[in-house]
Design a protein around this ligand. Structure first.
Ligand code: SF4
Length: 278
């Protein structure tokens, strides 16, 4: 017996055939995440002169092993609330913006959170972007640098490396983690002659002591591949997120860094021969 024998004799009663184009996308399985076909995305944007040269498509990947006191995106700490995305969809968007990259000298930046928390996903996006001839940039704390294999590094044109403090004790106070892996990653990038921009967040009362800035500057100056250092003044734009997440925010009463404080930090970096735009 076939089912059609039981259908009324008019065409509108025929059950609709699902349209494959309008079918909901398949939900990634754990294996898709492990093998880099899918990942956890917090958000994305297209901006100029931030996150690397030119106009950049920046994907902010979710999840981070650090807990920086000054983090302005604490909603990227975890992956529970993140969007589950397919790599091929993110690559499609990279293709869409290729002409903007060509016009502005921009490209793709993977930021976070910490992109190296999803090494297979990150590696796959960089590999495909590189294959398309798109400039690639990794924005990282370097804490998980050991998870970036040589192939991934070959597919990265520029690393934005956050040096959050100049010694272990202050680094742990700022981030809850240890500085050594970041230094090891920096040494590896130097050995590979991989272009690096160092980023240093100037937080009044936390990272702004001249001894700390000098210690960061000395480490950066020891790496000949460091093309520039950016001093990023602490701001309070992320304060409301800590409150919304119900997380204790230790810098609630910390003032934003002033122009003069930034200039003093810039002078210390320049005194070590580093290119540090004011
Ligand atoms: S490394 Fe970046 S994303 Fe992670 S806690 Fe620190 S500032 Fe936030």
């Amino acid at each position: 017996m076939t089912a059609c024998l039981h259908l009324p004799n008019h065409s509108t009663a025929i059950p609709p055939v699902p349209d494959p184009l309008s079918a909901p996308p398949a939900k990634p399985e754990p294996r898709d995440f492990r093998e880099g076909r899918a990942g956890f995305l917090h958000s994305w944007d297209m901006v100029t002169a931030v996150n690397g040269p030119g106009t950049r498509l920046t994907y902010f990947l979710a999840g981070c092993p650090l807990r920086c006191q000054y983090c302005h995106n604490p909603d990227t700490f975890g992956q529970d609330q993140a969007e589950q995305v397919w790599a091929e969809d993110l690559i499609r968007r990279i293709r869409r913006y290729q002409s903007s990259f060509n016009l502005t000298g921009g490209g793709l930046t993977l930021s976070g959170g910490e992109p190296l928390l999803q090494p297979a996903f990150t590696a796959g996006l960089f590999r495909e972007a590189h294959r398309l001839g798109v400039h690639t940039c990794l924005d990282t704390s370097g804490f998980l640098g050991a998870l970036a294999d040589d192939q991934m590094l070959a597919d990265i044109d520029l690393v934005l490396l956050d040096l959050k403090a100049g010694d272990e004790s202050l680094y742990r106070q700022v981030t809850t983690q240890t500085l050594a892996p970041t230094l090891a990653f920096g040494n590896r990038l130097a050995a590979l002659h991989k272009p690096v921009w160092i980023r240093f967040v100037l937080v009044p009362g936390l990272t702004d002591h001249p001894d700390n800035i000098r210690a960061v500057a000395l480490k950066a100056a020891a790496w000949p591949n460091v093309a520039r250092v950016d001093v990023l003044p602490f701001h309070q734009m992320g304060r409301h997120k800590w409150a919304e997440l119900g997380l204790p925010y230790q810098l609630a009463d910390t003032p934003e860094a002033t122009r003069e404080q930034v200039e003093q930090a810039v002078a210390i970096f320049r005194s070590q021969g580093l290119n540090c735009p004011g």
